[in-house]
Design a protein around this ligand. Structure first.
Ligand SMILES: NC(=O)c1ccc[n+]([C@@H]2O[C@H](COP(=O)([O-])OP(=O)(O)OC[C@H]3O[C@@H](n4cnc5c(N)ncnc54)[C@H](O)[C@@H]3O)[C@@H](O)[C@H]2O)c1
Length: 367
């Protein structure tokens, strides 16, 4: 019997990404799946793109009436509600790390008898996530950093950022704004071997930075311990590390002020966004910035050049098409194992985690 899968609409404001692209929907259909897709005007892919590869279009937000044995697939969390959830849901639910309201979210599964496979916790045998949005977070973060630098050079502050239709449009927009200064721009990426870091390096290459001017650091280079003078000697610093323990800060207010009027660094992009983490290695700002106001100034001594930080925590939304395409391609091998989910490791482990979190939630909610 064919495995059905139901791609629901996204209800989170401004979310244009999709958990499944038309290309990967086709790959599933070719493997014998039946794919239902809710009409969704907010999604970056047109409904017709899914229809033309053989998906069955369904009404917007009609998944609560879908047959109970069809898994419901989406990206972001569902709107707040007490309604029981009888289906199996595959999505990011943000309720396994004691986030605000976590037990109420899980209580809905308890009441409905449904199941959650949280996309953040689908991992391979080494514990690494099978799909994540990192590459395009780094790519978009570096683009925002380059745009902020161009604004500084023009004596302006970077204004509202809007999603780009595709990568080429983003690259061209940055190239146009940065102009010839791209050739002289120096950037340092820390965490350069990771997903976000590779994306940041790729953007800098595509907008025309010289290879020698893209400094790539990872664990080996930071082993000596910060703060690092090298950060102050580039135009843009992009932090892409996965912070897992206390480390010395990469940059500090003291170090910035000590650099004086000759400091080169003008923009920090904190893709990692460990803003409120007590071990944040960039303790020179304390808020997350937004697409509307992408930068926050660092307080510097009066005679020193300005310095701003970009700390947007949903950067891939700036490139919804490519980010969705890559995410769903990375997820495809696991999705192909859905019919065997009772035995396939990736799904079995995710279900085990769900069951243990559900138990905690039932206790917390006194159910
Ligand atoms: N802002 C956003 O929109 C956004 C989106 C996606 C991911 N993220 C965040 O970006 C971070 C990185 O994600 P990822 O998927 O690229 O992780 P990853 O594991 O693929 O890469 C992290 C890299 O950092 C390196 N690293 C770790 N500690 C380091 C240190 N002390 N010094 C130098 N290098 C170090 C690792 O060796 C690795 O190469 C995570 O915190 C993630 O939550 C942010």
């Amino acid at each position: 019997m064919s495995q059905h899968l139901w791609l629901r609409c996204e209800k989170k404001e401004f979310e244009r990404r999709a958990a499944l692209s038309p290309k990967n929907a086709k790959a599933l259909i070719d493997a014998g799946f039946t794919i239902h897709v809710e009409r969704d005007e907010q999604r970056i892919f047109d409904d017709s793109e899914y229809e033309s590869v053989g998906c069955i279009l369904e009404e917007n937000n009609s998944w609560p009436n879908a047959p109970k044995d069809i898994p419901i697939f989406g990206l972001k969390e569902l709107p707040l509600s007490d309604d029981p959830l009888p289906h199996t849901h595959i999505q990011f639910a943000h309720c396994y790390k004691n986030q605000a309201g976590w037990s109420a979210v899980l209580a809905r599964f308890h009441k409905g008898g449904g199941k959650l496979y949280d996309l953040e916790f689908l991992t391979d045998e080494t514990g690494r996530r099978v799909a994540a949005f990192g590459f395009h977070a780094g790519f978009a973060g570096a683009a925002a950093g380059a745009l902020a630098l161009a604004s500084v050079q023009a004596g302006e502050t970077l204004g509202h950022l809007h999603p780009f239709a595709n990568e080429t449009e983003m690259v061209n927009a940055v190239k146009e704004k940065l102009g010839d200064s791209a050739k002289k721009t120096r950037a340092l990426v820390i965490g350069a071997l990771g997903r976000c870091g590779r994306g940041a390096v790729d953007l800098f290459r595509k907008i025309g930075l010289e290879e020698d001017n893209i400094i790539k650091w990872d664990m080996d280079e930071t082993a000596k311990g910060g703060p690092f003078q090298e950060i102050l000697d580039v135009d843009v610093f992009v932090n892409c590390i996965y912070l897992s323990s206390k480390i010395p800060p990469f940059v500090t207010d003291e170090k910035i002020n000590a650099a004086g009027p000759g400091r080169r660094l003008r923009v920090i992009v904190d893709v990692s966004c460990d803003t409120t983490n007590p071990f944040n290695p960039i303790p020179v700002y304390n808020i997350n910035t937004t697409f509307k106001e992408p930068t926050v100034p660092v307080t510097v001594s009066p005679e020193n050049p300005s310095l701003s930080v970009i700390s947007i925590d949903h950067l891939p939304t700036l490139l919804p098409r490519e980010a969705s395409e890559q995410f769903s391609s990375d997820l495809l091998p696991s999705l192909l194992q859905l019919p065997q989910r009772d035995n396939a490791r990736v799904w079995v482990e995710a279900e085990k985690l769900f069951n243990s979190k559900l138990k905690e939630a039932v206790q917390a909610e006194g159910l």
